[in-house]
Design a protein around this ligand. Structure first.
Ligand code: GDP
Ligand code: MG
Length: 428
């Protein structure tokens, strides 16, 4: 039976706070075979009722066909039966507004790419840029999905307007801060996906026409507002890659037939051709973009740390601002290093704790394990200032001291029991 479905990753509550559905998401991403995998996060964001969830249904179809049992099975006819209704994220929601937030598809697609283990997730955003959503909610959802995804698909109808670029302002500010801290390309791939493209004779469908169209949109001209000139100049330095795909109109049935169930037979052939072109370029094994933050790959478990920290920041700040977002990224990156350093320490000491060791020997092992953990902290590239790093290092040392205390007590008890037992045997 197919139990898969959308899970709410982030929801905006009626009091406008951001709620991270931690337990639901942890159940999926912290499973043993998932938590340590490098994550590939594909997100689709943009105004509502513009075919985002509909597109995600096809991304899902490709993933299901291609990634099975941790292996790949690339097939030309991944689109399958042309009479099959489209399943997946709820699309065609009518004109009713949906809950604002980010949904994650419950199926995670696993792929063992040689020694690299990958987990692919799909993210759908809802309710962004509609007139009932507050600016903070819009910016929050849009920035969260952009910061967390390895590929952000910015879904736009017809044309790239000045407003669409304006929505990217926060990222250029974020990018500026990050590069002042020595980060190169702080954000990953941004794909402008233009739906119902009307001028294929000027710029052809697909990435080829899209990239020249994007270039023309990003040209700086005197008549543009100065802030928008800056965004144009800086955008390419804050994203690792920027692309644009021009997509055909899917036809009458898709846009206005209420009985349309998503079957390919009812979709304009030009749109189907676009899908055949676009989807593998995003999701084929050789095109997967693994999530990196500060140049380091991010595991599924680390992804959750970032998410949780961003949400805390959103709820603390009145206005979502690039400075505190960058600060949060840095803190979460340090926190993740602490967690993995502590795991190393605990891994070594758990083995030691199985034995009953002479306290002096146990302490020597603790010092060795601590040195290994601190070395790990040193070695991993972290984001943030020297002061921040030293604060987190102190935190790590304190955490290890606490772990040692409880392990030491257990060991001493065990050792005593062992000595008493030996004395008993010797005297009997
Ligand atoms: P979302 O709110 O952006 O997720 O939009 P949905 O995926 O729910 O789709 C909203 C409506 O737009 C549905 O009736 C779809 O059939 C229709 N639709 C999907 N893709 C396209 C497209 O590329 N162009 C047009 N005009 N309509 C589309
Ligand atoms: Mg939707």
């Amino acid at each position: 039976m197919d139990n898969s479905g959308p899970l709410q990753l982030i929801r905006i509550e009626s009091d406008h706070t951001f709620k991270f559905q931690k337990s639901t998401i942890s159940k999926v991403l912290l499973q043993n075979d998932i938590k340590d995998r490098n994550i590939v996060a594909i997100s689709v964001a943009g105004a509502f009722r513009k075919g985002k969830s509909f597109l995600l249904g096809f991304l899902l179809r490709y993933l299901r066909k291609t990634y099975q049992h941790r292996q790949v099975n690339v097939s030309e006819d991944w689109l399958g039966d042309f009479n099959e209704p489209l399943k997946g994220f709820v699309w065609k929601g009518g004109s009713k507004r949906e809950t604002t937030g980010i949904n994650m598809w419950s199926e995670v697609f696993l792929y063992d790419k040689g020694s690299e283990k990958i987990a692919i997730i799909l993210l759908d955003t809802q309710g962004v840029f509609d007139n009932q959503t507050t600016v903070k909610e819009n910016v929050g959802i849009f920035s969260l999905s952009t910061l967390l995804s390895s590929v952000q698909i910015y879904n736009i109808m017809h044309q790239i307007q000045e407003d669409d670029l304006q929505n990217l302002h926060l990222f250029t500010q974020y990018g500026r801060l990050a590069s002042s801290e020595g980060e190169v390309s702080p954000l990953q791939d941004l794909v402008f996906l233009i739906r119902d493209w009307r001028f294929p004779y000027e710029y052809d469908f697909g990435f080829y026409g899209g990239d020249s169209f994007l270039k023309s949109c990003l040209e700086v001209r005197k008549e543009q507002a100065s802030e928008l000139q800056d965004i144009r100049k800086e955008l390419s330095t804050c994203f690792d890659g920027m692309k644009c795909f021009l997509m055909a109109n899917p036809g009458e049935k898709v846009s206005s037939d209420k009985h349309f169930d998503g079957r390919l037979n009812d979709i304009a052939p030009a749109f189907v051709d676009n899908l055949k072109d676009l989807v593998p370029k995003l999701l084929a094994p050789e095109n997967l973009v693994v999530k990196r933050i500060g140049g380091t790959t991010i595991t599924a478990a680390e992804f959750l740390t970032y998410l949780e920290n961003y949400v805390t920041t959103f709820n603390k700040d009145d206005v979502i601002n690039p400075k505190s977002l960058f600060q949060t990224t840095a803190e979460a990156s340090q926190l993740n290093v602490i967690i993995s350093a502590k795991d190393i320490y605990s891994g070594i000491m758990d083995k030691m704790s199985e034995k009953a060791m002479k306290p002096s020997l146990f302490e020597a092992e603790h010092l060795k394990a601590k040195a290994t953990a601190l070395q790990k902290f040193e070695d991993v590239k972290k984001i943030g200032s020297v002061e921040m790093t030293s604060t987190f290092l102190k935190q790590l040392e304190a955490d290890i001291a606490n772990l040692y205390k409880s392990n030491q007590k257990r060991n001493v008890d065990k050792f005593r029991a062992f000595v008493d037992n030996s004395n008993l045997i010797a005297s009997s």
